[in-house]
Write a protein that binds this ligand. Structure first.
Ligand code: PA5
Length: 457
């Protein structure tokens, strides 16, 4: 079970920049009401931990038998980040570089979530279309990046003369969008993204579960982990980790802590922090409240990696402005450890404190030392403790932050499930790329550019 240590957020421990227990007590009724409201409103993501995912395992049986070397996921944002995070957390950051037998025979998993020509081109050059399964994921079925990559990858498969039914899977809206249309016409295997589950909340739908199952992630354990946490998020405020995360972060946000740093002391968890970054940013960064007031709200999430960023960011965190709340991700069991040799440089005593210790001891000491220094300096910080990194705990992590996001949306009185700012960018791209129906927007962009003062070197 994930453990949460909120001590470093308390005013009683860190002084004026913390949250007082007294404040929490006086807001208990309100928070209990918000918890109840989210469960009653039942946004789509709250249903997912209770769903049976056997149908995914069943439907993927033939694809497993094809013995692919590589699985190539084409998707972006919520259609990519949960898969990347879980691959790295469960399989490890070096997974794609391991020989097949060390991958237990499972294919590699690639998620090129950008249209950088080098990033896409070099990857296709590296892979063999005869041995690659391409999974195209787009809820709307209209995102330019995914659509472009799909067209390129399809041509790549066609040129290799492979069967598209064998080498393609679509994951998209059950009815709408161009992928659904193509899939229906061509008999491509398709999985549905439930319409009431937004992209960034969709890792426990086929969006994450299909590619992850293909590489041997125990998707039932992932969903079970989310269920364990879902039950914890039904508890009253002071026993509810999601509610405490949401409350403390929003309380501190209102007191000027505009940034929320997720400081992962594990490279395998770095992309879990990236997943959180999207969730917190897109869900809470909003212009209007639910009743239409202009507020321009949102707390900026930041990802940091320990110990690496101790030598890059921590000076700022310790002595810079009091504008951050920090969450340390601490791992108790890395599944591997390395002893620092004892019988080396016996004549140099300066290094004796390291000799015979392990890298795990060192990283945990550094994590705790940094947490202590930051809280000693009066900066609010909490710890999320992973007894180990496995499907169960990653599932718990996903759910606790999804539920915390829903509650933070309540506190801010905004809609955490839409993303008008993202849609605006998507529409401008269509206009610039000459898509039919976007001529007026293209004209507006052109005249805006015409009015702009040019200041170039
Ligand atoms: O969370 C979101 O809604 C977005 O980040 C989307 O996931 C992203 O824009 C991709 O959209 P789609 O899955 O429709 O291609």
């Amino acid at each position: 079970m994930l453990k949460f240590d909120f001590s470093g957020l308390l005013k009683e421990n860190i002084g004026e920049h913390g949250v007082s227990l007294e404040n929490m007590k006086s807001d208990t009724d309100l928070m209990d009401r918000y918890i109840e409201e989210v469960w009653q409103e039942a946004p789509g993501f709250t249903r997912l931990p209770y769903e049976d995912v056997s149908y995914i395992e069943e439907a993927l049986k033939p694809f497993k038998e094809y013995n692919f070397d590589d699985v190539l996921v084409l998707g972006i944002g919520g259609s990519a980040l949960g898969t990347i995070a879980t691959r790295d957390a469960i399989k490890g950051v070096y997974y794609n570089g391991l020989p097949k037998d060390e991958r237990d025979g499972y294919p590699r998993l690639w998620v090129p979530d950008n249209v950088d020509p080098y990033y896409v081109g070099k990857l296709l050059h590296m892979l063999n279309p005869q041995k690659t399964l391409v999974i195209v994921i787009s809820k709307s079925g209209r995102t330019a990046e995914t659509a472009a990559e799909y067209l390129i990858a399809r041509k790549w498969l066609e040129d290799a003369g492979v069967s598209l039914k064998k080498h393609l899977i679509f994951i998209t809206d059950p009815e709408k969008g161009v992928l659904r249309k193509i899939g229906n016409a061509e008999g491509i295997t398709m999985f549905d993204i439930p319409p009431d589950v937004g992209g960034r909340f969709s890792v426990l739908t086929p969006v994450g579960l299909v590619p992850l199952y293909m590489v041997g992630v125990d998707i039932k354990a992932l969903v079970d982990g989310a269920k364990t946490m879902a039950e914890r998020t039904k508890k009253p405020f002071m026993e509810n980790p999601a509610a405490l995360i949401a409350y403390t972060h929003m309380y501190l946000f209102k007191k000027g802590k505009n940034m929320a740093v997720m400081f992962a002391y594990s490279n395998n968890l770095a992309n879990v922090a990236d997943w959180y970054r999207q969730l917190w940013a897109e869900s809470l960064g909003k212009r209007y409240t639910l009743d239409g007031r202009e507020v321009f709200t949102g707390q900026t999430p930041i990802k940091a990696i320990g110990t690496t960023d101790q030598h890059s960011q921590v000076q700022l965190y310790n002595e810079g402005p009091f504008d951050k709340v920090i969450t340390f991700l601490r791992v108790e069991d890395f599944g591997i450890d390395i002893q620092i040799p004892k019988d080396i440089h016996e004549d140099i005593t300066d290094l004796d404190y390291l000799k015979g210790k392990t890298l795990k001891e060192l990283i945990l000491a550094e994590q705790f030392a940094t947490y202590l220094a930051i809280t000693d300096n009066g900066r609010p910080a909490m710890q999320v403790i992973f007894p180990k990194i496995d499907e169960e705990h990653i599932g718990q992590f996903f759910f606790v932050y999804e539920f915390a996001t829903a509650l933070a949306g309540k506190i801010l009185n905004i809609n955490p499930y839409d993303q008008p700012g993202v849609e605006a960018g998507k529409n401008a791209t269509y206009a610039l790329m000459g898509r039919e129906g976007y001529e007026k927007l293209a004209q507006q962009i052109k005249s805006r550019l015409g009015e702009m003062k040019v200041f170039e070197l």
